[in-house]
Design a protein around this ligand. Structure first.
Ligand code: AMP
Length: 426
């Protein structure tokens, strides 16, 4: 009989094991701290959302909604949900705007500053630092159009990266205009690209008419030569958009944040208006060098069927930040599984060992090795685990209610009474 194949995780998703989880915890803690310092409040949003929310939010033509969406099968009981199909969320901004209205946050003082850290899902081609399930730190300010909030979000998220020691971040900045000036610009862009259509790769040929801004997202070598001479959105901004862009730049200067203007930065989602920005880091290399990005989305609320309400936000890649902390900076040492290991030697000691472990846990993380191995084997395992102390319980000593407490770093060993252990370990 052939054995059953061992079951492995689905393609493109992974387990975050203890060594890596420690780096995630650092990134998430820094996210909470940075957001709180600016007065942002945490929310938790559903991972499943109606497909319309995502399609109308990020745009049907975006990769995120078009090719990469995880769609759930309608449930067999055919409830109302089945009609409005559900998806695993690929990003959090549309959900955040939905929650802002649905929860009545639009009725209170404005703007509302929110953040969340959570799992996102995209059926993308799996590769290094690009996963099908990943974690984003998401920050949003909803309810005010001032460019000062754009810069606040940038300053907060820059501070997040800096607080973790991630230096040499490059901040790229652009404005993609609004419903006023973008249509004319898109016409100019189409006009420029139409004669070049045959020389573009098939997907970009389609984009010329359907979504010309996306032409700038293209990484195909054959399409690159035409970008340089293409009309630039920043030369086609209407007066209010141009003024807002100037204000963003001047506030960034005042905050001492360096940025690089990138007229090709359009970001993959349809909802952006005016400011868009992105953080990149050389060390990540290649197509996966973006640590996070965001922008203003003044038309999103209306696209979702809510009253016209401006907003600005950011999404940062926690997996990528954790990778940098661990691999590039070596900044995170995972804590040992337990600082103290209790080693009962011999039968009938489990109950006493459990009691000793319980007492130690008052002051130190403690595990009990209940296995029936030799002292040598248990000591080797204790050393390997990174524990600081071993509390060795021999049968005769258990009767006297004492252990041998060994410092695994210095090698010092002494007899300690059970009830003195918390004091000895503190
Ligand atoms: P986006 O929502 O596409 O603007 O992504 C914002 C950030 O999330 C990116 O800069 C990445 O750091 C991270 N990110 C996006 N997609 C993935 C993915 N498939 N795997 C890991 N991180 C991702």
């Amino acid at each position: 009989m052939p054995k059953t194949q061992p079951i492995r995780a689905a393609r493109g998703v992974r387990d975050i094991l203890p060594a890596e989880r420690a780096a995630f915890a650092v990134a998430e803690h820094a996210a909470h701290e940075s957001a709180r310092r600016y007065g942002y409040q945490e929310v938790e949003l559903p991972i499943i959302e109606p497909v319309e929310l995502i399609e109308r939010g990020v745009g049907r033509d975006s990769d995120v909604a078009g090719k990469e969406l995880y769609r759930l099968e309608p449930h067999a009981d055919g409830d109302a949900e089945a009609a409005s199909r559900l998806v695993l969320r690929p990003e959090a901004t549309a959900s955040m705007v939905r929650a802002y209205f649905q929860g009545g946050l639009n009725q209170g003082p404005q703007p509302v500053r929110l953040f969340t850290v959570g799992q996102m899902f995209r059926h993308d081609k799996p590769q290094h630092l690009r996963y099908r399930q990943f974690v984003q730190f998401d920050v949003e300010v909803i309810g005010n159009p001032s460019p000062a909030y754009d810069v606040e979000v940038i300053e907060l998220t820059w501070g997040w990266l800096e607080a973790m020691g991630i230096g040499q971040i490059s901040l790229e900045l652009n404005s993609i205009g609004d419903a006023n000036c973008r249509p004319q610009y898109l016409d100019a862009l189409r006009e420029y690209y139409r004669p070049l259509r045959d020389r573009l790769h098939p997907e970009c040929q389609r984009r010329v008419e359907e979504n010309p801004l996306r032409l700038f997202d293209c990484k195909e070598p054959q399409c690159q030569p035409f970008k340089a001479a293409a009309p630039r959105i920043t030369d086609h901004l209407c007066a209010p958009c141009a003024a807002a862009f100037e204000e963003v730049k001047s506030l960034l200067d005042a905050a001492g944040l360096e940025y690089r203007l990138n007229p090709y930065l359009v970001r993959g989602l349809d909802y952006y208006t005016r400011t868009v920005f992105e953080y990149q880091h050389e060390s990540l290399g290649g197509a996966q060098n973006s640590l996070g990005g965001g922008g203003r989305y003044d038309g999103l609320a209306a696209d979702l069927g809510y009253p016209d309400t401006p907003g600005v936000g950011f999404a940062g890649g926690v997996d990528r930040v954790a990778h940098m902390l661990q691999s590039e900076l070596g900044a995170v040492t995972p804590p040992p599984a337990a600082e103290v290991l209790v080693l009962p030697m011999g039968e009938g000691l489990d109950r006493a060992a459990a009691g000793v472990g319980r007492a130690c846990r008052g002051v130190r993380s403690t595990a009990v090795d209940y296995s029936a191995r030799s002292l040598g084997a248990k000591m080797r395992a204790a050393d390997k685990s990174g524990a600081r102390w071993a509390a060795i319980m021999n049968a005769d000593e258990a009767e006297r209610r004492v252990v041998q407490l060994r410092d695994l770093v210095s090698g010092d060993q002494r007899e300690v009474a059970w009830d003195q252990l918390p004091e000895a370990l503190a």
